[in-house]
Each structure stands twice: as C-alpha cells, then as structure tokens.
Design a protein around this ligand. Structure first.
Ligand SMILES: [Zn+2]
Ligand SMILES: [Zn+2]
Length: 388
C-alpha cells in the first residue's frame, strides 16, 4: 500500500462506516462483510473475492491506530478521492489531472496577478501547467480563399474573416460575473476528474459537477454563460502575391491567433483556390493556351494571331510543315515571378477539320487528294508493325 493507494481508495466507504467510526464499529462492520464475501462462501465468484480483498485491506489500515491516522492525514491534505497520474506522487509538484493546485495557490497570493492569468491555464484545459504563466505564442491559423484567374495572375488583396475561440472578453476567461470569482469545485477538489470505485478498480471520468473544469461559478458571466470562452471574429487584409497557383498555401507571418501574456501572434496560412479561365491554363509560371489552326496553315506556314492574358494579341509564326500539337513559346507573356521576371506563354496548335465545305473548297481538297494519291501516310506504320 502506497500513498497513491491512500489517495485513491476510500477505506471508510469500503467498510461502509463513517470517518468518525469508533474501532468497535469498524471491527463489527469488517466481520459482517468478511463473512458475506469470504471466498469459502462464494466459490468461483471473482467479484466477491475482489470485494473481500478490498475489505481486508481497508480493515488492515483502519484497525491500526497509527496507520489510520496516516491515512486520514494524507486524505485531508490532498483532498482524497482524486486520481494521481501514473508516475507522479504528491509532493513532487506535478499536476493532478492537468490542474496544478500550486498554480492556483501561488497565483492567489499574488495581489497584482490578473484573474486571466490565474485561471487561464485551467480554462485552456489539459495543457501542461509549467508553461502556463509564461508568454505563449498564438496558434497558427489556416483559412481558405478563392481567387479569379486574373486576380491570381496579377496578385490582389483579399479580406479574410477569421473566427476563433478565445477567452471571453467580458469575464476575461473566468466564466464568473463581474465582481465575482469562481471557486474550486468541491466535488472533484479542482481536478476536473471524478473517480468511481468499481470493486477492485476505479474509473476516472470528467467531473459532472464542473464538467471537467475543476471550477464552479456561482454567478455566471452573462456573456459566455459561465464557459469563460467566446467566439470572436476579425477581418484582416491579406496581400496575395502575383502568380499564386491553385492549391498553393501562403504563409502570412504574425497574422494568426494573438499570443497570450505578451507572446507573439501565430502565423496565418491561406490555402488559395484559383478559378479556371475559359481560355488560359497554368503550368507553374507559364500560361498555356490551345490555338485552333487550319490544315493549310500548318502545311504552308502562317502567321497567326493568338490571345495573351492582360495584353494585346500576339503574332506567332508557324513554319511550313508544322505537325499538329506542336507547342510554341512566347517569351515573357506568362506569370510574373517574385524576382520580377515573367514566365512564358505556351501556345499549342490544334488543327480544325472543316465540317462544312463550299463547293470550291471541296473541289480543292479533292484535287489535293488526287495530287497526293501516291503517298500512303500509313505505309511506314504498317511496315514497322511487322517488326519483332
Ligand atoms: Zn464571460
Ligand atoms: Zn468538479
């Protein structure tokens, strides 16, 4: 039996006697229960056996005047009935279930201490207590925005509405009405955890009285109904640089959640979605565009006018005998980069097969067919198909 056992086990409850019970009462209670749960009388009943062990352990402590005194002292000192995290013993300065009593006591003694500081850690819920009085960097925040193709191309400033949970501004996070202060939850002694004893083992669950906060508020703050937390929203102007790509994540340093106790703000990450353009596409810093051309233009060569983004159309020279699908590069007509240079525009030619021919065009095509009758475009293909 350890101090941990002392804190976790309620021996009085095990024997069903009051804390003020006289030695004779304890003995009588023990005898009655021991007879009832004795293994000889409950063959094969594991729960009765566990109960018997529990009763015996309780009696071995409570029947010994010196040990009963130690037990009572340990329980009154530490409140009793709360869970001691594995590996931590009272006196080592560790937290009890995420709630450090030392913090409360040292904070309470500091007349200049703000309530927000004092209770900040408790409301934060579960954070390690050693860091709770230090300045804390605000959280990083992630949000999304959708830009038109043109705004992504040029760069733009967008208004982003950020919503986050923070301490209630009315009660500074205490949850208590102005002029009142929360008190430690008497049910869980401020641990936020309650233990239920199920025979030989106990289970720990959030305290029902305080919903795991460790504190109870008699007079709740009307603004946050006693929760101490409030949703707040702010709007910031975010500069999106030129040339941002769909799916890109932009970091805006210091635009995240504000820090606590003088700590720096976190960073804001903006995930950018870019709407597609009906004509242009993007490939890194390059713009892409597909341009319809005629068979004659590819065969004989031509100068064709192609659109550019944010500028006048440009002329692309197609040399005679250009295969369909070839891509031409127009320098500097792509997306501006950070260093001031720009990507290129990639122009891909796509031959159009005429659907409606007038009689003149038809006879010209028929003439072409006759003139090229000796050339079978599939000859090489058929030959190569025979290989290996
Ligand atoms: Zn409030
Ligand atoms: Zn409680």
């Amino acid at each position: 039996m350890s101090t941990k056992d002392f804190l976790e086990k309620d021996y009085y409850k095990a024997l069903g006697v009051a804390k003020t019970a006289k030695p004779a009462e304890i003995k009588a209670a023990y005898r009655k229960l021991a007879r009832k749960y004795h293994p000889d009388a409950n063959k094969g009943d594991a729960s009765a056996e566990e109960r018997f062990k529990e009763i015996s352990e309780a009696y071995s402590v409570l029947s010994d005047e010196k040990r009963r005194k130690e037990y009572d002292e340990a329980r009154s000192l530490f409140g009793g009935g709360f869970r001691v995290p594995t590996g931590q013993r009272p006196g080592q300065g560790g937290g009890f279930g995420g709630f450090d009593l030392g913090d409360i006591f040292s904070g309470a003694g500091d007349a200049g201490g703000r309530l927000g500081d004092l209770f900040g850690g408790v409301f934060g819920g579960g954070g390690r207590t050693t860091a709770q009085n230090r300045p804390r960097r605000g959280a990083d925040v992630e949000t999304e925005t959708t830009l038109s193709f043109g705004d992504a191309f040029d760069g733009t400033t967008v208004a982003l509405r950020l919503t986050g949970e923070g301490p209630c501004p009315t009660c500074h996070g205490t949850g208590a009405k102005a002029g009142t202060v929360p008190r430690m939850c008497p049910s869980c002694q401020g641990t936020g955890q309650s233990n239920r004893n199920l025979g030989s083992f106990g289970i720990s669950e959030p305290c029902k009285e305080c919903r795991g906060r460790g504190l109870v508020v008699d007079d709740p703050c009307p603004e946050c109904s006693g929760s101490g937390r409030a949703m707040s929203s702010r709007t910031i102007q975010a500069r999106i640089p030129a040339g941002v790509a769909d799916g890109q994540r932009i970091k805006l340093p210091g635009k995240g959640a504000p820090g606590e106790r003088g700590g720096p703000a976190g960073d804001l990450y903006v995930r950018v979605h870019v709407k597609p353009h009906p004509v242009f596409g993007r490939s890194g810093a390059n713009l892409t565009v597909t341009v319809p051309v005629t068979f004659a233009e590819l065969t004989l060569g031509a100068e064709v006018k192609v659109p550019s983004h944010r500028g006048a159309p440009v002329t692309v020279r197609i040399p005679p005998g250009t295969p369909n699908g070839r891509t031409f590069m127009v320098r500097g007509k792509g997306v501006r980069r950070k260093d001031g240079t720009a990507g290129n525009m990639l122009v891909t030619v796509d031959v159009m097969v005429p659907q409606n021919l007038n009689s003149k065009a038809r006879s010209a095509i028929e003439e072409l067919r006759e003139a090229t009758a000796g050339q079978d475009p599939r000859e090489e293909l058929l030959e190569r198909a025979k290989e290996a």
